[in-house]
Ligand binder design. Structure first.
Ligand code: G6P
Length: 369
């Protein structure tokens, strides 16, 4: 087992550190930055259907569902197809409206999740085209789907998903660009810029790994918290959800992810000097609004931990702690900002003596209902 962990104390840490490589593997052969194009072999038979799609329904569970939410932002923004993101367990039992004009994208690391499989069967029986985003080659879901793309993240052993998530986000971004290219809904110049930047994301993720020292320090500050709030807006919202899920999964601290602007409709009542609030506050189009959310938390004596764009002196002055990540297009925020949050959960869990790789009551793959 020591050999498999390649010198890391836990599989989770090893898998966090593998992300520059896993994202690179996921991109290999699929993008051409010089031409500004995306190729996805597992989608090309369905070009006509994708061009004329009425709606996309993304089906997943757990962390994979968070990757689906990122997909909603990107597909709607670039490919202009309406997207719904559904928990497989809810979708399968609520008599959903699905037709042959719909395209379902099922996201699953293991490719074996029972609820996701049942949701696929249901959508299939109503005539929808089913595409998959899976990590495990040859898994059940890959056999149920009509097409799709592998994440190529390699085996993920830690129960809490890390590198599989960033690879899923990478694939769904590629799918969004592929559809935008087919449907001509985004200008070739913009697509080219996005694809060129995507090519450099593995290098930026490497830089995000350098936040580990800062996350160790902050982990000391939040290790005894009873509860923790994670806030984000736009593409930072799924990041907040995923950050909260990681923390609760492996450190057993109650954590909640919330859209920053919804704070005033509830979570603000929880804020006092005991509540750490992790805010995804990088320089995106909602920067100013998030900054004012930080001020609202500070006014109620909350402890703010902000993920910021490197060099942001303004938020440094407002927040109690900051974690700096490289500047990038906001479409890529989930690929970068998630990394320090994974590291933060890892270090909190270590300080609390939790079993990082095999948290209590959780399974890597949930093959029963
Ligand atoms: C379990 C795992 C999670 C995972 C979820 C969905 O709860 O512990 O890490 O996100 O299942 O699994 P899937 O294999 O379908 O992505």
């Amino acid at each position: 087992e020591m050999l498999e962990k390649a010198g890391y104390d836990h599989f989770m840490l090893k898998e966090i550190y593998e992300q520059p490589r896993s994202i690179r593997d996921c991109l290999r052969g699929r993008i051409s930055p010089s031409e500004g194009t995306v190729q996805l072999g597992g989608l090309k038979d369905y070009d006509e259907k994708l061009k004329n799609a009425n709606r996309i329904i993304i089906i997943a569970c757990g962390t994979s569902w968070h990757a689906g939410l990122v997909g909603e932002y990107l597909i709607e923004n670039y490919a202009r197809i309406p997207v719904e993101v559904e928990y497989a367990s809810e979708f399968r039992y609520r008599n959903p409206v699905v037709s042959e004009k719909d395209i379902v994208i099922a996201i699953s690391q293991s490719g074996e999740t029972a609820d996701t499989m049942a949701a696929i069967e249901l959508a299939k029986s109503k005539g929808a085209l089913i595409l998959g985003i899976c990590n495990v080659v040859g898994s059940s879901i890959t056999r149920l789907t009509d097409g799709g793309a592998y994440t190529h993240a390699g085996p993920e052993i830690g129960v809490a998903s890390t590198k599989a998530f960033t690879a899923q986000v990478t694939v769904i971004s590629l799918m969004a660009f592929y559809m935008a290219q087919l449907r001509e809904t985004t200008s070739p110049t913009v697509l080219k810029e996005l694809i060129t930047e995507l090519d450099s994301i593995p290098t930026l993720v490497e830089k995000c790994l350098a936040t580990e020292e800062a996350t160790k320090y902050i982990a000391e500050e939040i290790k005894d918290a009873v509860s923790c709030l994670f806030l984000g807006r736009g593409t930072g919202f799924p990041v907040a959800l995923e950050g909260a899920l990681k923390l609760k999964e492996i450190s057993y601290i109650h954590a909640e992810g919330y859209p920053a602007a919804e704070m005033k409709h509830g979570p603000i009542a929880l804020i006092d000097d005991e509540l750490p609030v992790v805010v995804v506050a990088t320089k995106t189009s909602s920067y100013k609004k998030v900054l004012s959310n930080i001020q609202e938390v500070k006014a109620r004596k909350g402890k703010v931990i902000a993920i910021i764009t490197e060099g942001d002196e303004k938020i440094k002055k407002e927040a109690d702690f900051v974690i700096e990540i490289p500047d990038a297009h906001e479409s890529y925020l989930p690929l970068l900002a998630t990394v320090p949050l994974q590291l933060l959960s890892y270090h909190v869990a270590l300080l609390r003596d939790c079993n990082v790789d095999q948290p209590r009551n959780l399974a890597k793959s949930v093959t029963v209902e």
